[in-house]
Design a protein around this ligand. Structure first.
Ligand SMILES: NC(=O)c1ccc[n+]([C@@H]2O[C@H](COP(=O)([O-])OP(=O)(O)OC[C@H]3O[C@@H](n4cnc5c(N)ncnc54)[C@H](O)[C@@H]3O)[C@@H](O)[C@H]2O)c1
Length: 450
């Protein structure tokens, strides 16, 4: 009955949404819901983030939402705050805070739990929580218990859903508005409420699953699939190096098979906030039930080893050609054209080069000097020291023996090609095998699997 009243309130738009966590996932979601006509409060416990947004100071990857964001702020559909407030109307709390890697110092559910507890401070019967953060097996049930500990009955007078985000930043074809989502809902009315909300997000393209554990495992399995395939192609690339063939030629040819094959491409390793972490949720669950999940264990190990393989290859070439051990790592984000530097292969390479006494410098067009301590923390490399260069002009490249390209950003594409074609540096190592070989240049080009 209570949830039915909430559903009626949703249909007449007499309700509000609190989005917890205004990062890569929560910010576009809050803007989307607000521009869909809902009353949204974007809540982030980082006051600097709220201040930055209050000043309309958006990051590069948020800029495409600037007009919509400003419009929602002007028509008062989007408020910004560091904590929620009470409301007489039903409230939906959407949790999109980060979930750290298991095995590190911070428990993965810490921020999810804090956000849910914070929502419950101002919540009442008839309200609902939608968890969007990626979480390990059993978390949804654990969070439902927290709600029940406040006297609510899940599925009767309080709704709970888990609808993990699948966003792939900078993917031009698949984005927030058209990516289908899976969802677990505590009861049928909560599902109808969720459908009404996601109508404004992805046209309610939802696939409902019966249990929270299915939804949790689906999310981790999707990212384990990516991790395992990237590790597979990286090992294939190493073999291609030995066979003297190009791994890209192999992938292109294999991709002509119209079924049972999906191309993945080599690189210095997976990174970001999802692929290196979510598969570990499955590993954790396997450990709890005393079963092995060696595919994931092996894939993580391959991912861990790949920077060492790349450093070995570079070191050998430098020695063979009597070149100094000086390297410029180009690309510190975890993928091209994003600002996110969490758990990035570029930092692992820098660390590996440092251990081998290289003179190390780094460049990334998205690097912000003032954020260095944050980057180092996010890469678990607080003591790492390296020189950062602010552009790729000829002067900055003088005295560098090797340019190690980790990411091919659109912003650097032309310049990287120019550095190669004009032989500005003696040796380029391309971790993503994207530079096309040019016989006329004096620069020696090597690549992973090339
Ligand atoms: N980034 C992606 O591409 C992506 C894709 C799919 C899923 N996910 C998942 O979505 C979740 C969020 O990831 P993200 O990349 O957006 O993280 P993020 O670090 O960019 O943003 C998280 C935000 O939550 C805020 N926060 C932390 N605790 C809070 C609290 N108690 N109350 C309010 N705000 C709080 C932080 O200050 C931060 O601004 C993670 O579980 C992640 O695995 C991320």
């Amino acid at each position: 009955m209570q949830m039915q009243k909430t559903l009626d309130a949703i249909k007449s738009n007499s309700f509000s949404i609190d989005v917890f966590g205004l990062g890569y996932v929560g910010f576009p979601l809050a803007v989307r819901l607000a521009s869909g006509g809902f009353k949204v409060k974007g809540i982030d416990n980082n006051p600097q983030r709220i201040q930055r947004l209050n000043n309309n100071d958006l990051m590069d990857t948020e800029l495409h939402l600037k007009d919509e964001f400003i419009h929602c702020r002007q028509n008062k559909n989007l408020e910004l705050a560091t904590s929620p407030t009470k409301s007489n109307e039903p409230k939906i709390g959407i949790i999109s805070v980060h979930t750290p890697i298991p095995e590190k110092n911070i428990p993965p559910n810490k921020f999810v739990k804090e956000a849910i507890e914070n929502f419950l401070v101002t919540a009442k019967a008839g309200d609902m929580i939608i968890l969007e953060s990626s979480v390990g097996s059993g978390t949804t049930e654990e969070m439902q218990k927290i709600v029940e500990s406040k006297g609510y009955k899940i599925g009767k007078d309080f709704g709970f859903c888990f609808c993990p985000e699948r966003i792939d930043p900078q993917n031009k074809k698949w984005h927030l508005e058209n990516i289908p989502r899976i969802i677990y809902c505590s009861d049928d009315t909560s599902y109808k409420i969720a459908e009404n909300i996601y109508k404004k997000v992805n046209n309610a393209h939802l696939f409902r699953v019966d249990s929270p554990r299915i939804a949790e495992v689906v999310k981790s399995y999707e990212n384990a699939f990516r991790l395992v395939n990237i590790s597979l192609v990286n090992e294939l690339a190493i073999l291609c190096d030995k066979l003297g063939i190009n791994v890209i030629d192999v992938i292109k040819a294999a991709a002509t098979k119209p079924f049972g094959f999906m191309p993945f491409y080599p690189g210095a390793g997976v990174g970001g906030h999802c692929i290196p972490k979510d598969p570990r949720f499955l590993l954790d669950a396997a450990k709890k039930y005393d079963v092995k999940f060696s595919t994931i264990e092996n894939a993580l190990q391959v991912n861990f080893e790949i920077p060492k393989y790349i450093c070995n290859s570079i070191e050998k070439t430098l020695e063979k050609n009597n070149l100094d051990k000086s390297v410029l790592v180009c690309g510190l984000t975890y993928k091209p054209d994003v600002e996110d530097m969490r758990d990035s292969p570029g930092f692992k390479l820098l660390n590996e080069f440092k251990k081998r006494n290289f003179k190390v410098s780094a460049y990334d067009p998205y690097f912000k000097k003032e954020l260095l301590p944050k980057y180092l923390k996010e890469n678990y490399l607080e003591d790492l020291e390296f020189e950062h260069i602010s552009n790729l002009n000829d002067d900055s490249l003088a005295n560098i023996s090797c340019l190690c390209i980790v990411q091919h950003h659109t912003k650097t594409k032309f310049r990287l090609m120019e550095i190669y074609e004009k032989s500005i540096i003696p040796f380029i190592y391309d971790c993503q095998s994207q530079l096309e070989k040019k016989p006329e240049t004096k620069t020696f080009l090597d690549s992973l699997g090339g």
